[in-house]
Design a binder for this molecule. Structure first.
Ligand SMILES: [Zn+2]
Length: 360
C-alpha cells in the first residue's frame, strides 16, 4: 500500500488545482444512506459505517465510477457532542476509525484522493469554553484522519463565522491541505445572529488562516449558489469550491431548508425534498456556469446521486467509467429517430446575477 501514497499523496490535490485542473468531490452520504434505508433521519449520524459497512463501500465506489476524484470518509456528524446527544458517545472512535478505513480501502483500490472530514458541530459560539470544547472535537477527529493516512481534510457545512476558522486552524496544525466550505447567511436575520460576514469576507479570512481551498457547500441549490461565486473568486487567490445541494432552490426560497411545498402542508426539509430534486441537466448547467465563474473544486452535497456526479464530470469534458452507460436516445423507441434534436435543447449556462446574495 505504500506505493499508493505517491500517486494520491498530499500534493495530489493541490498540484491538480494549481495546474489549472478540476477536482470533483461527491458528497451527500447522509441523505443517500438514509434513502437506502441504513441510517436514521433526525439523528443523522453515520451509524451505517459500523452496521452496514458494505453499503458505504459501495456508495464510495458508485461515486468514483460516476466521476468523483475523491473518496471522502463518512465521518460527517460523527463528533463527540452529536453522539453524546443521541446516547452513542461510546461509538465515537470506532465510528470514525471504521469510516476512514472503508474510505481508505476504496481510495487505494481506485487510485483516488482520500479525504478526512470534520463539520459543523451546531454548538459553536465564540465563548472561550465552547471554543475549547469545539477545538477538542475537531482535534480528535483530525488526529484519527491523519492516522488513517488521508491526503487532505475537508471541513464543511459551517456558518460564515469563527467555527470554520477554528476548523481550519486545527487542520493546518497537521500540515495537511485544508478544504474549508460553509453556507453563507441568506437572510438579514441570519446575519444578525452570526458574525455578519459575507461569503467573500469569510473566504478571505479562511485564506488568511491558511486554507488551501475555500468556498461554499450545502444549503444552497445550484441556482442560488451561483450568484455568490464571482465575489468569492475576486476575494481570494486560492482555488475556490462550490458544492450545492441538488435541489431546485430559487430566489424566494434560497436554501433547501426554506423550500415550501403547498401540497405537503409541512416543511419538506429534510425528508420530503424529493419533488425538488435537480435533474442531471440542471447539474450539467450548474457545472458549466460554476466553471465559468472560476470554480475548480466542484461537487454536490446532501441529496446527490451518482447520476448527478456523472453529469458534473461530463460537463467538464470527462468520461468517467459510468459514461459507458450515458444516455443515448437514438436507441430509445419513443425518441428515435428524432433524438438528434435533443442536443438542441441542452441547457446553456445559468444566469448568475440575481437580487439575492449581492455581495461586494
Ligand atoms: Zn449537505
Amino acid at each position: 500500500m505504500e506505493s499508493d501514497a505517491t500517486s494520491t499523496g498530499n500534493q495530489g490535490l493541490l498540484d491538480r488545482l494549481e495546474g489549472g485542473g478540476t477536482v470533483i468531490c461527491a458528497e451527500g452520504y447522509l441523505f443517500e444512506c438514509e434513502r437506502r434505508g441504513y441510517l436514521q433521519a433526525g439523528a443523522y449520524v453515520p451509524e451505517v459505517v459500523l452496521e452496514h459497512p458494505e453499503v458505504v463501500s459501495q456508495l464510495h465506489r458508485d461515486f468514483v465510477h460516476a466521476g468523483s476524484d475523491v473518496v471522502e470518509a463518512f465521518t460527517y456528524y460523527a463528533h463527540r457532542d452529536k453522539l453524546r446527544q443521541i446516547g452513542r458517545e461510546g461509538d465515537l472512535e470506532p465510528m470514525n476509525r471504521r469510516a476512514l478505513e472503508i474510505a481508505r480501502e476504496v481510495a487505494r483500490e481506485t487510485g483516488t484522493l482520500l479525504a478526512g472530514n470534520i463539520s459543523n458541530t451546531n454548538i459553536f459560539t465564540p465563548d472561550p469554553d465552547v471554543v475549547r470544547e469545539v477545538r477538542q472535537i475537531f482535534t480528535e477527529q483530525v488526529a484519527w484522519a491523519v492516522e488513517a493516512g488521508v491526503d487532505y481534510i475537508i471541513a464543511e457545512t459551517f456558518g460564515p463565522d469563527e467555527e470554520p476558522l477554528l476548523a481550519c486552524e486545527v487542520i493546518k496544525e497537521t500540515g495537511l491541505p485544508a478544504v474549508v466550505t460553509f453556507q453563507p447567511d441568506y437572510t438579514e436575520d441570519d446575519r444578525r445572529h452570526s458574525a455578519g460576514w459575507t461569503a467573500a469576507e469569510t473566504c478571505k479570512r479562511l485564506e488568511d488562516k491558511g486554507a488551501d481551498v475555500v468556498g461554499l457547500n450545502c444549503g444552497l441549490g445550484p441556482r442560488t449558489m451561483l450568484p455568490y461565486l464571482p465575489a468569492v473568486r475576486a476575494a481570494v487567490s486560492v482555488p475556490i469550491a462550490a458544492l450545492p445541494v441538488p435541489y431546485r432552490t430559487h430566489f424566494a426560497e434560497p436554501v433547501m431548508q426554506s423550500l415550501t411545498d403547498p401540497q405537503l402542508g409541512m416543511r419538506p426539509f429534510p425528508i420530503a425534498l424529493d419533488p425538488f430534486t435537480c435533474t442531471r441537466l440542471d447539474i450539467a448547467q450548474f457545472t458549466r456556469s460554476a466553471y465559468a465563474a472560476g470554480v475548480r473544486y466542484l461537487g454536490l452535497c446532501c441529496g446527490a446521486g451518482p447520476h448527478h456526479v456523472r453529469a458534473m464530470a461530463e460537463a467538464l469534458g470527462r468520461t468517467p467509467p459510468a459514461s459507458r452507460y450515458s444516455a443515448d436516445m437514438t436507441k430509445h423507441y419513443y425518441y428515435a429517430p428524432e433524438a438528434r434534436e435533443l442536443s438542441a435543447i441542452l441547457p446553456s449556462p445559468l444566469e448568475t446575477s440575481s437580487p439575492v446574495a449581492q455581495e461586494t
